[in-house]
Design a protein around this ligand. Structure first.
Ligand code: ATP
Ligand code: MG
Length: 160
């Protein structure tokens, strides 16, 4: 699913809608340059899943964890890691065992150390706006996107 030239409110609207339809576990990669809107997308998505507290950017902490409906959501920002070894202390296998939601900014910094995504969120600067693509890689995320398409009145109009 693709959108062109979204302003910040429209981008947040798509993220909120996705947050409402997606299941409670899965792996989401957020890809795009500095300032492309990855954290903005995560904030809106987690807000829609009921996270009331302020959602900080985990640029320095690498990971922030939030309780979501009896489960947890982990927001990772791997921008500052030099190589995948630095991920060891995160205890990634344990995080994954929890069958939780993992939202990862800069996944390419840990190439090979992360499990493959269910969903890729691809963001690009388009002047002061942003282009967005949601790409499902698994049947799990395919279901999220079909629910998004079918059950979300008022979603910004798509470019394809
Ligand atoms: N259409 C838009 N969508 C998202 N953010 C926008 C948009 N227009 C302007 N912005 C601004 O762009 C910035 C996006 O920052 P954000 O932290 O979400 O990016 P990021 O991709 O997480 O960057 P980083 O790689 O540094 O983590 C914010 O200051 C936001 O207000
Ligand atoms: Mg960010």
């Amino acid at each position: 699913m693709n959108w062109s030239g979204l302003d910040e409110a429209a981008l947040a609207g798509v993220a909120q809608a996705l947050g409402r339809v997606m299941g409670s576990s899965g792996i989401v990669y957020l890809e795009g340059d500095l300032g492309a809107g990855k954290s903005t997308f995560v904030r809106a998505l987690l807000g829609a899943r009921g996270v009331g507290e302020r959602i900080k950017s985990p640029t320095y902490s690498l990971i922030e964890t939030y309780p979501v409906a009896g489960n947890s959501a982990h927001h990772l920002d791997l921008y500052r890691i030099a190589n995948a070894d630095e991920l060891e202390w995160l205890g990634l296998p344990d995080l994954l065992d929890e069958s939780t939601l993992l939202l990862v900014e800069w996944p390419e910094r840990a190439a090979g150390a992360l499990p493959p995504p269910d969903l890729r969120v691809l963001l690009q600067h388009a002047g002061s706006r942003r282009d967005l693509a949601l790409e499902s890689c698994t049947a799990t995320a395919g279901k999220w996107l079909s629910d998004l398409e079918m059950n979300t009145p008022g979603l910004p109009s798509r470019s394809c």
